[in-house]
Design a protein around this ligand. Structure first.
Ligand SMILES: [Zn+2]
Ligand SMILES: [Zn+2]
Length: 275
């Protein structure tokens, strides 16, 4: 039986004879369905026209993304640590070349995903590498393909390895998570931020939204809470959700300036818009 995949968000559903009626991820206000409506594919169909490309972002950190772009278009990150490799975020396409190359780099000891838009084909990746998937329990309802490999964690942080910490920042999703890598950025620290701390095109700021496609902002308290949770962590580099969304220096300052700018905008009294 095929396991159908939503073409718009890249989420895979459990094997079934016929496609699901709808994709709850895309019906949610944080995603969308295009005017053409719901469409489905499968991994088998994708393995013809699509393949994965790689980029080394820094020593021990590799990006993996699909060519041509598929669904939301994010890339995953393979973070190599002495305690085993962590796959941060996930992509839909997994193929023989990807499995061979990831194995050659040491396989995957754990998968962690920032939020439901990137759950994608996580169960296929978990089975391929016999790895657990760590998801924040607050987003449990958004798992479309349940599996014993999924470990739901609670609280504000989860340590995956020495210097590798998941931080539940919330915001975009209640369980929205970022990964702090203390040894990243040549020891200056790195933040792997998904859509939770969104790197924007100028790389000088980040932003925070409830819905990116529908442009629905977050509240000031929610964004201030993200700032408070990240405050104890040192990081200089931010690796966002796409190959080109990396801030190479000054990341902590960028986040703090961006939070101040954001909060001032959403708490404004309207006078700025008249200038
Ligand atoms: Zn969808
Ligand atoms: Zn998202």
């Amino acid at each position: 039986m095929p396991a159908f995949i939503c073409v718009t968000c890249g989420t895979q559903y459990p094997p079934s004879d016929a496609p699901p009626d709808t994709c709850p991820i895309c019906l949610d206000e944080r995603q969308f369905l295009p005017p053409g409506g719901q469409a489905w594919t499968t991994l088998e169909q994708m393995r013809g026209p699509y393949f994965n490309a790689w980029r080394r972002h820094e020593p021990e950190l590799y990006g993996i993304g699909t060519i041509p772009g598929f669904a939301i278009g994010q890339r995953a990150l393979l973070l190599r640590t002495p305690a085993g490799n962590v796959l941060w975020d996930c992509i839909t396409l997994i193929d023989d070349a990807t499995v061979d190359l990831v194995r050659a780099l040491g396989g995957v000891a754990a998968i962690a995903i920032s939020h439901p838009h990137y759950y994608s084909c996580m169960v296929e990746w978990a089975h391929a590498f016999d790895a657990p998937i760590h998801l924040h329990a607050a987003d449990r309802q958004w798992v479309m393909r349940p599996d014993p490999a999924i470990n739901f964690w609670d609280g504000d942080t989860l340590t995956l390895a020495d210097g590798v910490t998941l931080i539940r920042a919330g915001g975009h999703f209640a369980g929205g998570t970022v990964l702090h890598w203390a040894q990243g950025g040549d020891g200056r620290g790195a933040l792997l931020s998904g859509d939770i701390v969104q790197v924007i095109p100028d790389r000088k700021f980040v932003t925070f939204m409830r819905s990116y496609p529908n442009m629905i902002p977050l509240s000031a308290p929610s964004v201030k809470r993200i700032g408070a949770l990240l405050a104890p962590y040192q990081y200089d580099v931010i690796h966002g959700a796409w190959f080109d969304r990396t801030i190479p220096r000054g990341g902590k300052d960028v986040v703090e300036r961006s939070i101040a700018r954001y909060v001032a905008a959403v708490r404004g009294d309207g006078s700025a818009e008249l200038q």
